[in-house]
Write a protein that binds this ligand. Structure first.
Ligand code: G6P
Length: 483
């Protein structure tokens, strides 16, 4: 069967903590395991991370670990009775001084003192992802007085957003700082930062990671209205990150569902133009939490993200806490493969009329153009140290599998997230340099990925095992003796 190009990120949780379930997820096609630091203890994450590593290795698979920081999500406190019921027209107050444990149907506490300076009369506040909506009527010294415009049940610790954004706690909390150390300890390939406002938040996260001696790549979750308010801010955030996540939950609440689909396409395209990876997330298979089959709308959502050329689609509660986690991964696998047959997934005009800046980038792009235009080519091999060269290659739409050959375990995990890229352990230092082309092609022959008579394109540098040095590409005819 041909290789799936769009990658699958699956969140691990109570429903997927056993070795059996993790093995099934990997067999079904999970490429990246997401550990959500908003839930669970450090030891639970350690255990799951260890299982993923062990089981992937036993099966010769490369699965990346992504740690998702909780971030400064602003939440209401708790209710004396656990939950209340709000009706349209009711008065309700959010207080920065009220007891956080004892809310009632008139008032609830919240641990965010800036609320009173951030809010104005007329603002709309959205609770529980917009299931309950409040209109601000007036703002006091330590409370915001509201009227309910969309009613419903409201329970402990639900999130709060303002329509249009603007509730802006600093992006990295003390808990996030601890979790960054945990991500470093577990040698995670990716760390996702929640609610970053701008490049400075990402730069701080990167510094903390490097101080903890982690090489993890950073994903900016785009989920604040401010982050997409103008291209300068969005591009700045993308530039400061190694990848982005279209985090549609909070983003949709803040900007409204009417804007969401257009913004999704915009973020994917801007990220790819800047040579960054992009994950599309939130509620992609939501109904599969309790049903073995996705709805037609969910099928269409996943397929459209694949057609937008996202690197990966993501599952959250579906795999963390749902009744059908393995079925959800299988469904995504099937739908992505279907979408990838569409001609728009295979043709590229990416950067065709733009100048390139670096030698390795030029070779990477040239290899893809050559592969897309010379019909005999069936695979691309790229020797890589850090994963940079295959990243550039995989920004180009193509039907060709890109094989990232690397001796570095972090790199082999990292490329698991890139669209169209397959990891292949390979150490050029283990062989005479005159053997490298032959041995690399032999690996694809042994795996059944190419046949005698095919053409393969291989890129590398003059010096082995050092990043940034790619300066050559070669067309190799499979079956002939290669030098
Ligand atoms: C390997 C190869 C080098 C090549 C490098 C590119 O180390 O042996 O010849 O230049 O990969 O690595 P990069 O991290 O830039 O993709």
């Amino acid at each position: 069967m041909s290789l799936r190009r769009t990658k699958i990120v699956a969140t691990l949780g109570p429903a997927t903590s056993s070795p059996e379930k993790i093995a099934e997820l990997i067999a079904a096609g999970m490429n990246v395991a997401r550990l959500n630091f908003s839930h669970g203890s450090a030891d639970e994450h350690r255990r799951r991370a260890r299982l993923v590593r062990e089981i992937a290795e036993e099966n010769g698979q490369h699965v990346a670990l992504l740690g998702d920081l909780q971030g400064p999500k602003i939440r209401i406190g708790r209710f004396t009775d656990g939950r209340i019921e709000l009706d349209v027209g009711d008065n309700f107050r959010l207080s920065t001084v009220h007891d956080l444990e004892n809310g009632n149907s008139d008032i609830v506490g919240l641990d965010y003192p800036d609320l009173v300076s951030d809010c104005r009369a007329g603002d709309e506040l959205l609770l529980d992802d917009g299931r309950v909506v409040l209109q601000v009527e007036s703002v006091g010294r330590d409370e915001v007085r509201c009227r309910v415009t969309v009613g419903g049940p409201l329970s402990n610790n639900k999130g709060i957003n303002r329509r249009g954004g603007g509730l802006s706690a600093a992006a990295l909390t003390d808990k996030d700082r601890n979790d960054i150390n945990l991500a470093a300890e577990l040698e995670m390939e990716y760390v996702a930062v929640s609610f970053p406002r701008d490049a400075a938040d990402m730069n701080l996260a990167r510094k903390l990671l490097r101080d903890a001696e982690s090489e993890a790549w950073l994903i900016a979750k785009i989920e604040r209205a401010e982050a997409v308010a103008d291209d300068e801010t969005l591009d700045g955030l993308i530039q400061a990150s190694d990848g982005v996540m279209v985090a549609r939950g909070d983003l949709g609440v803040e900007i409204g569902d009417a804007e969401l689909v257009g913004i999704q396409k915009h973020i994917i395209s801007r990220a790819r133009k800047q040579n960054k990876v992009v994950i599309t997330a939130t509620q992609m298979m939501e109904s599969m939490i309790s049903s073995p089959m996705p709805t037609r709308a969910e099928v269409s959502d996943v397929a459209n993200a694949a057609l937008d050329y996202t690197d990966a689609v993501m599952l959250s509660a579906e795999t963390a806490a749902g009744d059908f986690p393995v079925e959800a991964v299988r469904a995504m696998d099937r739908i992505c493969r279907g979408a990838e047959k569409h001609p728009t997934s295979q043709k590229s005009g990416h950067r065709l009329y733009q100048k390139t800046e670096r030698c390795d980038e030029t070779i990477a792009l040239a290899a893809m153009y050559a592969g897309n235009h010379f019909p005999g080519v069936t695979a691309i091999i790229t020797l890589t140290e850090s994963g940079f060269t295959p990243l550039i290659m995989s920004r180009i739409r193509s039907h060709l599998p890109i094989f990232a050959f690397s001796p570095n375990a972090q790199t082999l995990g990292r490329v698991a997230l890139y669209r169209g890229v397959q990891a292949m352990p390979f150490n050029p230092a283990d062989m005479p340099s005159s053997d490298i082309n032959q041995q690399a092609v032999n690996k694809l022959l042994e795996g059944g990925y190419v046949q005698p008579g095919d053409w393969v394109i291989l890129t590398k540098g003059d010096v082995y095992n050092s990043r940034g040095g790619t300066n050559s590409m070669k067309l190799l005819h499979v079956g002939e003796s290669l030098v």
